[in-house]
Ligand binder design. Sequence first.
Ligand code: ADP
Ligand code: MG
Length: 771
Amino acid sequence: VMASMAHLQEEKLRLQEQLLGLQEKLTSRENDELSLSLQLQGQVEALKAKLLEQAQEIGRLRSELGSTDVEKHRDRLVAENERLRQEMKTCEGELRELRRQQQALCRDCAHLQENAGLQERLSQLQREVEETRAKLGELDLEVQQKTNRLAEVELRLKDSLAEKAEEQERLSRRLRDSQETIASLKSQPQQIKYIIKTVEVDSAKMKQALCESQSRNQYLQEQVGMQRQVLKEMEQQLQNSQKTEAQLRAQIMMYEAELERAHGQMLEEMQAMEEEKNHAIEEAFSRAQVEMKAVHENLAGVRTNLLTLQPALRTLTHDYNSLKRQVRDFPLLLQETLRSARAEISQAIEEVHSTNRELLRKYRRELQLRKKCHNELVRLKGNIRVFGRVRPITKEDGEGAEAANAVTFDADDDAVLHLLHKGKLVSFELDKVFPPQASQEEVFQEVQALVTSCIDGYNVCIFAYGQTGAGKTYTMEGTAANPGINQRALQLLFSEVRGKAADWDYAISVSAAEIYNESLRDLLGKEPQEKLEIKLCPDGSGQLYVPGLTEFRVQSVEDINKVFEFGHVNRATECTNLNEHSSRSHALLIVTVRGLDRSTGLRTTGKLNLVDLAGSERVGRSGAEGSRLREAQHINKSLSALGDVIYALRSRQGHVPFRNSKLTYLLQDSLSGDSKTLMMVQVSPAEKNTSETLCSLKFAERVRSVELGPVSRKAELGSWPSQEQLEVNEGLPLLFPLTPVSPLGRAHMSPSPGHLSGRAASIRRKLQPSG
Ligand code: ADP
Ligand code: MG
């Protein structure tokens, strides 16, 4: 605020200075103008004097009319006039120069605008002067013309005067003659008297002479009268010429008056111009005064503002001082605070460290415990779990009765599903049932725990079982927008591995294989058509391995997608119809997770086998032949072998027939020991698929219902029924007793031995001891 105040003061001073300068300029300009006007006035005065002189000269000339050469005077006057004009021109030049100087003076002035106005006014005045000058020129011309005329008239007058003088002379001569004659004649009558006397004496002769004399007298008298007449005429003429002279004189007077008038007009115009100039100056002055007043007012406002600002400034200064003090003290305060904060932080860090150590210890113990608990849980639940998933009815199912829904669920129990088959409602209980509306994510959530156990070094198998079109591939692979278990499992593995990266080094690699007609092919290999063999590890560990099976290390979802794509392309190039081919072969995705605990050096290896099985539908025996029949036989054999193995495992038999099929042989490691297996049984809900749905559900329930009973019981239980047997028993009472379901009167089909074929009956007989 102080700075602004100082600034304002400065501003004010500057403004005042400017004002003074302006005033000075104004007064100087006024002076200039005054001197100019005085000069002009002087010039006008001089011109006036000259005019007067000229008038006098004219008068003088008039008085000397005839005796002097008028033309010479006129020439002189013209020259004089020219000179005056020249003078006027120089005066104008001076005026212009002065004006230019003024302009130069006022160029930086704030009243430039006003000046421009004035200049405009001045130019207007100049224009007017020009006009007046033009008028003056006209008047001059007129005067010249009139002078010319006057000269002419004077000339004429002179001539006429000369004539008259002559005439007068002549007349006076004649008058003198006449008077002389008259005088002579007057002297004569005495003679006549005398003669008369003598006539009186001489009588007749005399009388005659008298008569003659009398007539002569008469004649002379007539002559005298005539002469008198002539005189009178002459006098008249004289009078006339005098009148003409008077007239001419009047004319001259008139011209003079006109000249006077023109001069007066010029003077008046000059006066008017003068007035106008004065008026303009006054106006400019008054405007300057008004501006000055405004500036003064502004100044007053600023002054009051300053007055009001002063208390604020005082408080501000006070605040500023206190702030300054605080700022001065701040570094000390900061250092102190920092010191204490640092101490606190290090203490807190120490505390956190110790808590962390404690927590880590607890966490490790918990982890062990969790693993143990999980294993216990899995053991309790059985290492083999069976889920069912019902796909939604799709367009491919057609319309009408065929596509009607035949599967219903239990609202209170998510492990139960009912199938309406040939008018009868059959219920099944599995470990979990997914209805058509279940999302991929929901399905994966149930599988998640199995997948993560891979990281802990467990082997896991997830199978998708079911007829073609029941949703196996959808569940395992899914779509690009909605991926299935395969991709989600790998993603989960990545994120889990990332979470443990602090202590563990993990490597995840994948292989993809296909089993078609009991031969194994590498889907990621360079030569996919090559048949691979499963061999025992030569190190004597009893482990199996497939020489030549390609394994890719993957680290991101992009890597997985690339691997999947590669596998797909390989699979597609090897067959004419991928859909058909894929439904008749087993597709395996083998994920191997190898871990190393950096602190202990402990190594783990877990395998996750994700298997999209061949379609479980039965091929009509009579219809199939050739390659189709061979395919069907192979599929039937391998699925039966899988059933056998699972059965043997769940019933803990001493011998598990892994070698009965390529699939079970390949997965031997992942199925035995404390491995975990999930069977996802896919079914279609459509009416037209109910018999296949029934078969699949029976398979599922059979896998699940194998009780983990005593060894003796395992021994008693025979082999797993083949696919053919399942087929034979379709629509018949269940081969194995169902696990007890909720008491809500589920429609279990009662056995009717009469329909059993010999082979099925024998199996049934075998089962009966177990109850
Ligand atoms: P499979 O592999 O058993 O022969 P697919 O997985 O190819 O059967 O499924 C057949 C059709 O049904 C596919 O068009 C698939 O998208 C669809 N489908 C299967 N399951 C589902 C589901 N849960 N939700 C939506 N569509 C499904
Ligand atoms: Mg499929």
